[in-house]
Design a protein around this ligand. Sequence first.
Ligand code: PAF
Length: 300
Amino acid sequence: MNSHNNRDSGLKQPPKTMHHIVALRDELRKFREDKRIALVPTMGNLHDGHVSLVEIAKKHADIVVVSIFVNPTQFGEGEDFDSYPRTLEADVSRLTLAGADIVFAPSVEEIYPNSPSEISTSIDLGTMTKHLCGKSRPGHFDGVGLVVSKLFNIVQPDVAVFGKKDYQQLALIRQLTEDLSYPIEIIRAPIVRTEDGLALSSRNQYLTESERQLAPKLHQIIYDLSKKIERGEHIVIGFEELLNKSCQRINAAGFEVDYLQIMTQKLGPATKADKELVILVAAWLGKARLLDNQEVIVDI
Ligand code: PAF
């Protein structure tokens, strides 16, 4: 499957790192006729969660392109765009081991030649962008939608892989793909966790040592909540009371809840009749805003 890596000798060649759209398109043209191309969009500072996206992409395609681009249009004022870790060399080493074929690492000017603030086309993904993370980070998903559309147009992949950790982002990208008729299969990759249950995220490195010890508690609490919903407790006492109790537990543990919600897995409002639900949480712990979620199937 993978053309650049020599499996027989066990030696892995580094992926081809490309910075320019024209050169990337020329390179990909060679493969289009008889190979499937996958895109794994990232902002770099890669961890095992990203590696798992590449591994999944390799199962669905012959050529795996990983984009590394810290996208300015998805960061709000006062957010961490300037300090977001840029670690291209280490990322390429990880991607060599993961077996990626091409790394696309463009500059801001390459993606936004007229400066990000002057771009006049916008992607409006509707009300879905206004709740959950979209409420706390106004404009964030407009920027994600824009850059993902650009990456889809630049790479023109057959498949693209996104992690379920960013559940709302994934739902919006599926919507965008359908609304704009991109001929791209969107693969939903499971969350990768540390042994003690913390969802992997580049922003975990903002945690101090003691915060890092505490951080897995966030998932523990929503997991406990998922078990209550599985048993049908929401049918008896309602979602609101369950949410209030869990919210109190999270705050009492030392986090500051941004939101905690139960929704359908398509991110619509949940009713007691729904069977496929998801619990979504965002909470601050020191400088880190932790995101997590837990899918629940109500089986009663
Ligand atoms: O999830 C991310 O890392 C980013 O939001 C994405 C999808 C690469 C767009 O910049």
